[in-house]
Design a protein around this ligand. Structure first.
Ligand SMILES: Cc1cc2nc3c(=O)[nH]c(=O)nc-3n(C[C@H](O)[C@H](O)[C@H](O)COP(=O)(O)OP(=O)(O)OC[C@H]3O[C@@H](n4cnc5c(N)ncnc54)[C@H](O)[C@@H]3O)c2cc1C
Length: 381
């Protein structure tokens, strides 16, 4: 029987474990996680069109909230989109997976060293398998040039109902300082919501007190009075400008890698759930689970996505390199004037040629010379 070690019990390997249990009973695996629970402290959200029907079926038991639509707000437009939106709370993800995994799960087991066919744990125990599939977070590499989406989110209970029925996935009417900034609001019940202050920034650190103040200001401006903070999450997500994907894969040292570790995320949003679902399906369909074959297959898939997504990286360079940081919101406001089906394909990272032409048509909201330079660079200079 083929034996795998899935290293890192976060989103990517959690979904892969689910898919393997569903479709590959012939594969034996152990999911190894450093912490005392799976999934960390996240709320993972996605749009309806991000997933196929099969993808929806895989994640359905994990979904903790679903909404029938979503809206965006900018200084000059406000738009409601009738596209369902979903969230997975890490607690539910952990509870569901833990109950299914049984003896296949090893918590409190931190890897000190990783090879294509082995993991050496802190404390000296050595685990061996036909292959290790690594999804233990974002790698440190100079092969890819990134900028950052940073955010703090607070789940708040308000004194009175907030009045929202659907999420606001971008409210960019908030003050723009030092980058593209917006507030993201998920109404979780009549009087609770996850309110996130988010910025597209050049530096990758989170000034938590400043972001918490912005959340408080936002709530005040909406007339919402927070009476309790139920939980808080924060993140620094990579936004890709360009790079050398062949070098990226050489640096994995032959270890099959998925999730952020394998560069599987949307270049503009930093979100990885749709890719994690696709990759779980891709891996489960493999025939040869030896480490070299798996590494080769996953690397080829990643390189194919990299080529398909060159346009999205060019948009990032326009956003980060061409214009003034405080005016980045104009690029996004212009985007949200476009047809709903194009917007859905953008989030699913499945733009078609006519979408790309449409996105480039008209006067760019950034200086033309800067835009040309940004399009021609690979972001690493
Ligand atoms: C707060 C937050 C909210 C996000 N929201 C969304 C969202 O709404 N939608 C979306 O698509 N994306 C979202 N993202 C982005 C991205 O999808 C997530 O970061 C996602 O969790 C990445 O999946 P992953 O499996 O690659 O890594 P992770 O989910 O981070 O999993 C890595 C796991 O590896 C473990 N680990 C690390 N080192 C070791 C070691 N040495 N040994 C053993 N285990 C180890 C960690 O403890 C962790 O459990 C969010 C990110 C953050 C931080």
């Amino acid at each position: 029987m083929t034996k795998l070690i899935l290293l890192g019990g976060g989103l990517a390997n959690g979904l892969l474990a689910l898919e393997l249990m569903r479709s590959r009973p012939d594969i034996d695996f152990t999911l190894v996680e450093a912490e005392s629970a799976l999934g960390g402290n996240h709320t993972w959200s996605f749009h309806h069109d991000d997933l196929t029907d099969a993808g929806h079926a895989l994640v359905r038991p994990l979904v903790s909230h679903r909404w029938t639509g979503q809206s965006v707000r900018f200084p000059n437009i406000r738009r409601d989109l009738p596209v369902p939106y979903y969230s997975i709370a890490a607690e539910r993800f952990a509870a569901h997976l833990t109950s299914l995994l049984g003896h296949r799960l090893r918590l409190n087991s931190r890897a000190a060293q990783v090879g294509p066919k082995h993991v050496l744990l802190d404390g000296g125990e050595r685990l061996e398998a036909d292959a290790v599939i690594r999804a233990d977070g974002i790698p440190r590499t100079e092969a890819v040039a990134i900028r950052f989406q940073t955010f703090v989110g607070q789940e708040l209970r308000f004194a009175r109902p907030h009045g929202l029925t659907n999420p606001i996935i971008m409210d960019a009417t908030t003050p723009q300082e030092g980058g593209y900034r917006f507030t993201y609001v998920l109404p979780l019940s009549a009087d609770t919501a996850l309110v996130e202050d988010t910025a597209y920034e050049d530096g990758g650190w989170v000034d938590r007190p400043a972001l918490e103040r912005r959340i408080a200001d936002y709530c005040r401006a909406q007339g919402w009075e927070p009476v309790e903070t139920l939980r808080e999450e924060h993140g620094v997500l990579p936004i890709t400008l360009g790079g050398d994907i062949d070098r990226f894969w050489r640096e994995t040292g032959g270890v099959p890698s998925i999730g952020l570790r394998g560069n599987f995320f949307h270049p503009v949003t930093g979100y990885s759930l749709p890719d994690a679902v696709r990759v779980a399906d891709f891996v489960a369909k493999q025939r040869d689970f030896s480490a070299p074959a798996l590494h080769e297959a996953i690397a080829s898939y990643s390189k194919e996505l990299w080529r398909e997504r060159s346009f999205l990286r060019a948009l990032n360079r326009m956003l980060f390199l061409a214009g003034h940081a405080d005016r980045r919101w104009q690029v996004m406001e212009r985007f949200y004037r476009l047809p709903g089906d194009l917007i859905a394909r953008f989030y699913a990272a499945e733009l078609i040629v006519s979408d790309k032409l449409r996105l480039l048509a008209g006067k760019p909201p950034v200086p033309i010379l800067g835009a040309m330079k940004a399009l021609l660079s690979d972001g690493r200079a």
